[in-house]
Design a protein around this ligand. Structure first.
Ligand SMILES: [Fe+2]
Length: 144
């Protein structure tokens, strides 16, 4: 669940939010808001990965994560995506879709400890990378 959400964040932060900034009059505001929601979800996931499923906080955090992500999806599907669809040409939309799918497919698998977590630097250096590596380390340590 966490790996899939992080791959989603990486793809959007690399391609969709820059497209929003470029094509929408209020794109900076929208992108900053969505990135802040990603950061909040990352904070919850960060708390979650250190817990055993039997921990009493586990269900509470999973519930919060589900609630936060549903809100985020609702907002993007009812606001950001329709605005982008209206503002972009079919070619731009196809190109954007291909970039997002490609970014999800090649999500980082190697440590990149210097990757920043906040804009604008996370749009330049591989966003989400340090977080993914932290998750992988945590999961690997649980198996040993
Ligand atoms: Fe998102």
């Amino acid at each position: 669940m966490i790996a899939e959400l992080v791959r989603h964040s990486i793809a959007e932060e690399q391609h969709m939010y820059p497209a929003a900034r470029k094509h929408l009059p209020d794109g900076d505001e929208v992108a900053d808001h969505e990135i802040e929601e990603h950061a909040e979800a990352e904070r919850v996931m960060n708390d979650l990965i250190g817990l055993e499923p039997t921990d009493k906080r586990f269900d509470e955090l999973v519930g919060k994560l589900i609630e936060d992500v549903r809100h985020h999806i609702e907002e993007e599907e009812s606001d950001l995506l329709p605005k982008l669809q209206a503002a972009c040409s079919p070619e731009d939309l196809r190109d954007l879709g291909e970039k997002v799918l490609r970014a999800k497919a090649i999500a980082p698998t190697r440590p990149h400890p210097a990757a920043p977590d906040r804009p604008p630097a996370n749009r330049i250096l591989a966003p989400g990378t340090a977080f993914i590596d932290k998750i992988r380390d945590a999961l690997a340590n649980r198996d040993t």
